[in-house]
Write a protein that binds this ligand. Structure first.
Ligand code: PEP
Ligand code: MG
Length: 872
């Protein structure tokens, strides 16, 4: 998009936003009931969204029944006993009104009291209606109104109608008598009295504590106002085609064009209902009668009105309507409900049609919702039987045959069969089985359990903690809460997005990486002004990162490359080496493996930057902890068991996360980093030979002192020189520092001159700033958050006050010392919209997050840029 087009787009959005966000000025809001006309002073901030929408429909000249809007002030007054002038209020509706009253809150999602229909129904109108719409219909209306009024306005006990017939003249007589008996007065006949009672009860319902708490939970401010609209009823009853319904032009689940909604035809009676007793079809359908058949002109009008609404209201709308003797009345227009994938498609279609600018399309999609689209989903419209629910541990859905062991999963995979691994809980031995399965389900465990963490890492749908299942591994069965038993080979569907488990193979929507998604992301990239990279440790991660258009790898944790069984033994040999020479010999064996890893990563990333972190974890993490493991290690190393046990004990640390790890390994056992640097440089030469020129980034973890950087830098540079001269090839690289200790942030000024970039590892930085163990905080975090000690879990949401201050200090001091210093974040926080806002504000160059969060980060970053352009 050119700069001029961009600026124009931003100006248009700013104008719309200005209108929407106009400050509430209750004082200038008209506190008289206001007939909705094209010019009446009605605003969202004073009369609510529904009133404003109806005014827009009136301006469009749609056939909206006569409507009066009551402002927030008026409704607030009614709740405290100040009734408006009822004669004036009723005046526009003539001498014999029949009305409905609906809520109109500022944001429709905040809810409100239910609508009350048929206000004004009394004996005189009943006689009149019998003539106009027939006695049965008139009686039904009257009975329903008396019932509703008794319960909602007169606050009578709903049981009072138990045992009454509630049909026909006799039924009407009975409900009116029941009312009279309970209240000792006749049912009010004056429409003004009825309407006053309805307005009072709806106003008070809004001011009640429960309603207030409910809407506050949905984001409403404590003093959110309620408007009410009083609208002439369009009965949808008469001698010609009559009925009522809703219609929309796109599917709420996919966002694709599809006429959906419902229509209840009154005049066609039961014959016109579908076999399942539901409403008849809207558009022509071979399966049964439709509105299009019954009233083609009315149907065409409705389509036209809904299209017009889309353009004028700049939103995909649902039209609520009635048809009276073939004539259409539009009662309301409502923004259609939508799944995340539908939200994307709708926003993109609106922008493609020129209804909204692309910048606004970007703002209309909730970034976190995008995560759902990156995985397969159960078709929300499918009929499914949910057999249990657990914790939604890793998003996406998959269907397959049940297996109960890793071995069975691998066998199934070798036959190309989709299988779902069910375990009580998983352990490291299950990883191969998990890789062979399409989804995982466990009886036990929480969001950070082994199954959950691994499944998220490999993008496998996973539900954990399905505690009402009973898994019997011996019998290979799982018993459901209702006693039914599933056995190996039975099919289920695991929905890791919402935590449900479905019997059988549910219909799935593919991941929605379709043109609409791609288009939205392309627009996002045009607006975004902070880079987004991925944390990727393996070729599979890197493939995903590239698929989601990450601008490079921001963190490759090399330790993950050594856990492969073939390498683990060599790694352990290296760890057990007593002398530097022995260590070197073991490292010689690891070198080609490590080089091959990097070549693959560089090839996949096609010249995009790849930031490789030198070895970080304490070495004992590579050693076995159980007896069997130690014995087999002794065998593999050909050493006595006692030697191996002693060495493992020697390496144990009281506080390993603060012990011999990160750069401390690099200083005390420099051969390890030498090998890694050599593998990186040799891989650069190999990958650049037949592909794009690679400039690797090498990152030193857990730095706390400038001298650490100097020492490592000297050796890495020496290794580069060695490889250059041995190969006769030239290459560049960038060396950087991971800021994970508070000291590194504070001393960034003296570290920066030795480094091309600083990458903030906010997982460790949070751990060290709070003095809070990453691995143990889960035990008390819930209590801490519940009691308000921490507003959120700081490992999930960046603590912008404390850890954030360190980030800011590190960034400022680093940049002061070195203007071209590249700044980034690579902790788990990197993909959170809140952290991205912080990093952008602090002048960071990019964020790096797990591959599946890359699209979320791209969209969130674009939204920040667009919002800033609107309100600089
Ligand atoms: C960090 O500490 O933020 C980080 C990215 O490294 P790791 O999670 O591997 O410790
Ligand atoms: Mg770390």
């Amino acid at each position: 998009m050119g700069q001029a087009a961009y600026s124009a787009a931003i100006r248009r959005i700013a104008a719309v936003q200005h209108d929407i966000n106009r400050p509430k000025s209750r004082s200038d809001a008209n506190s008289r009931p206001e007939l909705i006309t094209p010019t009446a002073p009605i605003a969202v901030a004073s009369h609510g969204g529904r009133a404003k929408c109806l005014q827009r429909l009136v301006r469009m000249d749609l056939p909206v029944p006569r409507t009066v809007a009551l402002s927030f002030d008026t409704v607030h007054g009614i709740a405290s006993g100040q009734m408006p002038d009822m004669t004036a209020l009723l005046e526009p509706f003539g001498p014999q009104p029949l009305l409905c009253v609906r809520p109109s809150s500022e944001d429709p999602d905040w809810g409100g009291p239910g609508a009350v229909l048929n206000v004004g129904m009394n004996d005189a109108l009943f006689v009149d209606l019998c003539d106009r719409i027939g006695q049965d219909a008139a009686t039904a209306i009257y009975i329903r109104f008396v019932q509703g009024y008794s319960i909602n306005v007169a606050r009578l006990d709903p049981d009072m109608f138990d045992g009454l017939i509630l049909e026909g003249r006799e039924g009407l007589h009975q409900v009116l008598s029941a009312y009279e008996e309970e209240t000792e007065e006749a049912f009010p006949q004056d429409p003004a009295v009825q309407l006053a009672g309805v307005l009072r009860s709806m106003s008070r319902a809004w001011e009640g504590t429960t309603a207030r708490l409910l809407r506050q939970a949905k984001g409403a401010p404590a003093d959110a106002g309620l408007g009410l609209i009083v609208q002439e009823m369009a009965y949808g009853l008469g001698k010609g085609e009559c009925g009522s319904g809703v219609i929309q032009l796109v599917s709420s689940s996919t966002g694709r064009p599809k006429i959906t909604g419902r229509y209840l035809s009154q005049s066609q009676g039961r014959d016109a209902l579908r076999k399942d007793g539901g409403s008849i079809y809207l558009a022509r359908d071979p399966r049964g009668p439709s509105l299009e058949d019954l009233a083609p002109e009315a149907f065409a009008e409705l389509i036209d009105y809904t299209r017009q609404m889309r353009i004028r209201l700049r939103e995909e709308m649902q039209t609520e309507f009635t048809i009276e003797n073939g004539q259409v009345h539009v009662l309301d227009g409502v923004r259609i409900r939508r799944t995340p994938r539908a939200a994307v498609r709708i926003a993109v279609a609106l922008a493609n049609d020129g209804v909204i600018p692309p910048a606004e399309a970007i703002l209309r999609v909730e970034p976190r919702a995008v995560t759902e689209m990156l995985h397969r989903q159960v078709d929300p419209e499918a009929r499914t039987e949910v057999i249990t629910r657990g914790i939604a541990a890793s998003p996406g859905a998959a269907a397959g045959k049940i297996v109960f062991s890793s071995a069975a999963a691998q066998t199934a995979a070798s036959r190309d069969e989709s299988c779902i691994l069910i375990r009580r809980e998983t352990t490291p031995e299950d990883i191969r089985g998990m890789h062979a399965s399409v989804a995982v389900l466990t009886e036990r465990g929480g969001i950070t359990s082994h199954a959950a963490v691994i499944a998220r890492g490999i993008g496998l749908p996973c539900v954990v903690g399905a505690s009402d299942l009973r898994v019997n591994l011996k019998r290979k069965t799982v018993t459901m809460a209702d006693g039914r038993v599933l056995k190996e080979g039975d099919e289920i569907t695991v929905d890791g997005t919402n935590g449900s488990v479905i019997l059988g193979s549910a219909p799935l929507h593919e991941a929605a990486l379709d043109e609409a998604f791609q288009q939205l992301m392309a627009w996002a990239d045009q607006f975004r002004d902070i880079g987004v990279r991925a944390n990727a440790d393996t070729p599979a991660d890197a493939e995903i990162a590239r698929r989601f258009d990450a601008q490079g790898i921001g963190l490759c944790r090399t330790e993950h490359m050594f856990f492969d069984p073939g390498r683990l033994t060599v790694m352990r040999e290296m760890i057990f080496a007593a002398q530097a020479d022995d260590r070197k010999a073991a490292l010689e064996q690891l070198l080609p493996m490590q080089r091959a890893d990097f070549v693959e990563l560089f090839r996949i990333m096609q010249g995009k930057p790849v930031c490789i972190r030198l070895l970080d974890p304490p070495l004992h993490e590579f050693l076995p902890t159980d007896r069997d493991g130690i014995r087999s290690l002794a065998e593999a190393l050909d050493r006595p068991l006692s030697d191996v046990t002693r060495r493992i004990e020697e390496m144990a640390e009281h506080n390993p996360m603060l012990g011999l790890r990160g750069v401390r390994l690099g200083i005390t056992m420099p051969e390890i980093y030498d090998m890694q640097a050599r593998a990186i440089f040799e891989a650069v030469i190999e990958a650049s030979r037949d592909g794009a020129q690679v400039v690797p980034e090498i990152m030193i973890p857990l730095v706390s002192a400038k001298r650490e950087v100097e020492l490592v830098k000297t050796r890495v540079e020496a290794m580069a020189a060695l490889v250059r001269s041995a190969s006769g090839q030239s290459f560049d690289f960038r060396l950087g520092v991971m800021v994970e200790t508070p000291r590194a942030a504070l001393r960034a000024g003296e570290i920066a001159p030795h480094t091309a970039f600083l990458s903030f590892g906010t997982n460790d930085l949070t751990q060290m700033t709070y003095g809070l163990s990453r691995d143990d905080a889960g035990r008390f975090m819930k209590t801490y958050v519940q009691q308000g000690v921490y507003p959120e879990d700081p490992f999930h949401i960046l603590d912008s006050d404390g850890v954030g201050e360190l980030l800011q200090i590190g960034a400022n001091r680093g940049r002061e010392a070195r203007k071209d210093l590249v700044l980034s974040i690579c902790g788990e926080h990197g993909g959170n919209p809140e952290s991205i806002a912080f990093c952008r504000q602090a002048g960071f160059d990019y964020v790096s997050c797990s591959p599946y969060r890359v699209p979320v980060a791209r969209l969130a970053a674009a939204q920040l840029a667009v919002k800033e352009a609107i309100r600089p």
